[in-house]
Design a protein around this ligand. Structure first.
Ligand SMILES: Nc1ncnc2c1ncn2[C@@H]1O[C@H](COP(=O)(O)OP(=O)(O)OP(=O)(O)O)[C@@H](O)[C@H]1O
Length: 249
């Protein structure tokens, strides 16, 4: 469904992501792991067409057979929030502080031509366990509740690929597990693919069936979650495992 081939992201002459290739199929949950600065977020931003000014993507990203590298912003904005949805670390950056959250979910549906926005919004809020907050403003909600609203917006148009970049990192540990369950249920219901970015190995062990390990802009290892976490082949993956508290988790 999405196929990334020889993706390079560069700033001036410097390659920040180098020759990255992977695929995510329908219903597949793939984890992208690696330490801070390894290029995980830039990979996600390249896919979603949201690279910061001055950074350039080269290579190929095909989504349902369509080439995304070099696509116009107008075309990308049709895909984003519809077929291709994202949840980032900080919910406040994704929400409009001045608009009631129910309206924000409904607008996401209307923006992409969806009908029955009112009923769909109610159903989505129910699904994320927040049936009574439609009239609240973001600042009236907790961080965990805000992130669940962001997830409701991401799922609003039934994406076929959901990209989550550290979606639980800013949350209180007590609500992290709930958020992960909601993400899993959301993609399972839609048979959507999931690209899940995190540095937290305990989280990917729970969420993903396949892992890509990124180091200094490149994918250095990939395999089933079990194989990568129990029999890492690359030196860097071993270090990553040794530095984590996975055994304790
Ligand atoms: N706008 C930018 N201009 C130049 N370099 C950048 C820019 N954004 C990121 N980088 C560099 O690209 C590299 C990869 O960054 P990226 O954010 O993808 O890493 P990451 O693995 O997602 O880390 P983190 O978990 O901290 O987000 C880093 O060395 C970073 O400093």
């Amino acid at each position: 469904m999405i196929s990334v081939a020889n993706l390079t992201v560069s700033s001036g002459g410097r390659a920040l992501v180098r020759d990255v290739s992977f695929e995510v199929g329908a219903g597949e949950r793939v984890g992208l792991i690696g330490e801070s600065g390894s290029g995980k977020s830039l990979t996600a931003l390249a896919i979603t067409g949201l690279l910061p000014e001055g950074l350039r993507a080269a290579g190929s990203i095909t989504f349902h057979g369509k080439q995304l590298v070099g696509t116009s912003e107008r075309q990308m904005s049709h895909l984003r929030g519809a077929e291709l949805a994202m949840v980032f670390q900080e919910p406040m950056t994704a929400l409009n502080p001045l608009m009631r959250v129910g309206k924000q979910v409904a607008e996401a549906i209307r923006l992409h031509g969806g009908r029955g926005a009112r009923e769909k919004t109610a159903a989505l809020l129910e699904k994320v366990g927040l049936p009574d907050v439609a009239r609240a403003y973001p600042h009236q909600l907790s961080g965990g509740q805000r992130q669940r609203i962001v997830l409701a917006i991401a799922l609003a148009n039934d994406p076929s690929l959901l990209i989550c970049d550290e979606p639980t990192t800013a949350l209180d540990v007590t609500v992290q597990a709930q958020m992960l369950e909601l993400i899993l249920a959301g993609v399972a219901e839609r048979d959507a693919g999931l690209l899940f970015i995190t540095h937290d190995l305990a989280v990917v062990a729970k969420v993903c069936e396949r892992l890509l390990v990124m180091h200094e802009g490149q994918i250095v290892e990939e395999g089933s979650t079990r194989a990568v976490l129990t029999q890492p082949r690359h030196e860097y993956t071993r270090k990553l495992l040794a530095a984590s508290d996975l055994e304790a988790a």
